[in-house]
Ligand binder design. Structure first.
Ligand code: SME
Length: 161
């Protein structure tokens, strides 16, 4: 294993493997779908993984590709964990969703959540990656670092929808 591979989270390596060579113009939706599947299959105790994508004309975050139970279709910026992470442009780690004021329930089995903004290097806000876990305090510093790396990797392969 090369030095680069050792320092690259497995989920980011899988993303590079699965979507290598696919240009963002043609493959944006497919790449989001594969990214959701990679998280769902490879991060333990995850019961929901997917994307909310920003539509500037209606100022809403719309449900994008995901795996898990059906979820709220539209979220307004600032609402829920999704809207708050999007508005503040900061990753939000929620150890216990019941303790987060304004949390939007999509699956009663969810206990912890992490939401990571997806924003291009030139500041275009594309949306967020949202992941739920059945395990309290599932996401810590290491998971945050790995998932933020994953989002940076994904940004090479997607456009705004
Ligand atoms: N819990 C999120 C809503 C989306 S579901 O978790 C898939 C929130 O509070 O924004």
């Amino acid at each position: 294993m090369s030095e680069i591979q050792r320092n690259t989270p497995l989920i980011s390596q899988l993303l590079d493997t699965w979507i290598k060579g696919e240009t963002s113009e043609e493959y944006t939706l497919a790449n989001y779908a594969n990214a959701a599947a990679i998280i769902f299959q490879n991060v333990s105790a995850v019961n929901w993984a997917g994307f909310y994508l920003y539509h500037s004309e209606t100022n809403t975050l719309a449900l994008g590709p995901f795996l898990g139970k059906p979820a709220t279709a539209l979220i307004t910026p600032e609402k829920g964990v999704v809207g708050k992470a999007f508005t503040t442009q900061e990753t939000i780690v929620v150890p216990d969703v019941r303790a987060f004021s304004g949390h939007i329930v999509c699956d009663v089995d969810s206990n912890a959540e992490i939401v990571i903004p997806i924003t291009t290097a030139n500041g275009q806000k594309i949306g967020v990656l949202d992941i739920d876990s059945t395990e309290l305090s599932r996401f810590g510093k290491q998971e945050q670092t790995d998932l933020e790396h994953f989002v940076q990797t994904l940004l090479q392969y997607v456009n705004a929808i």
